[in-house]
Write a protein that binds this ligand. Sequence first.
Ligand code: LLP
Length: 415
Amino acid sequence: MLLCDGVSLDGLGQTHGTPLYVYSAKQIRHRFSLFQDAFAGWPFTICYAVKANSALAILRMLAKLGAGFDIVSGGELERVRRANKTALKRVVFSGVGKQVWEIDAALKAQILMFNVESEAELALLAERAEVMGVRARFALRVNPDVFADTHPYISTGLREHKFGIDIGLARGIYRKSKKSKWLDAAGVSVHIGSQIRAVEPFAAALARVAGLVGELRRDGHNIRYVDAGGGLGIDYSDSPAHSTFDPARKVKDYAAALRKVSASLDAHLLLEPGRFLVAQAGALLMRVLVVKKNGTKTFVITDAAMNDLIRPALYQAHHEILPVVQPRRPGAADTAVDVVGPVCESGDFFARDRAMPKVKAGDLVVLLDAGAYGMSQASNYNTRPRAAEVLVDGTVAKLIRRRETLKDLFAPEIP
Ligand code: LLP
């Protein structure tokens, strides 16, 4: 029988129904502590990327541990405010298209810094800061033109991507920014992508940033912050590498790589991890509705679908799936099945041709490593209410988001 810390998944499925996201508070705290340990001795702040999992209860827990937040919308700003008002001063605001109301709300909240992604955005920021009568701290998010091996949809650090400002042009833009007394060039930021397993690309990007920081200081800018972005990857696979994945080692290697290139940086380091903190702390619990054979293929149809977790459909992502009651890793004798949801698309799958221990209708199965970009990317496609979420802390399981009702779904509509 599978457990999440001290709580049985079978019991959770019975109490709260399925599909159900289950998170371990202990695991999230542990991952956070790995960063704190690895970067101890540096002036640094972990600005958790809210988009990875934006549950208020999780934001609140991280804020209590001292986290700041990386946000990309006015909605995420409001989440941080509701989770913990004092954390607003540790917020960085990223994103390629910020709207006036979002900029205004962030200026009013006196966030730490705007990560600005274009000259036009910088002009808009100066304009809004003047209207509000406050100085806006900003960093240009530079595009370092560094390649990092990951899925093309989540790679961002190359010139061909929509993100950031060509690092070669940044110095001139900082220079121009001096003309506005409403702008305070407080930092430089970079983010090269997500689910990046090697640490070298992060170091290469930061080395370029360090060079720019030197130039900017010589130009008279008071650069206090360097934002190294997020993107550190985890291991989703069932290969033998899975068991040797050592998150503590990974964060230490990451810190060592960054240290090497930033020894003389003399700036407060901001880190924006999302996935690494929460992915492996979460699972998606679901029930088998039907086991169906079509020709030679066997389909395990579950009550969760691509609207609950889109990662396999969108990025061909691999997630381990285990039966809850008699969990074991699949063996050679197990037949290959497709694990799919009820949504009317062939792209609605969690696994294809996956060897799995036999399951039958009514069984609970659990999809692992679903704590990041699971619920936060969920939708109501096919008019399906979104799943409930439970946060387990030791032996206590707390419902942190109730299951949506059909009434919730229809509330905004005007027939
Ligand atoms: N900072 C910025 C500016 C970002 O754009 C992102 C993620 C992060 C930090 C956090 O990256 P992380 O540490 O979580 O890798 N939905 C995709 C991932 C999209 C990532 C978007 N940006 C997935 O499920 O793999």
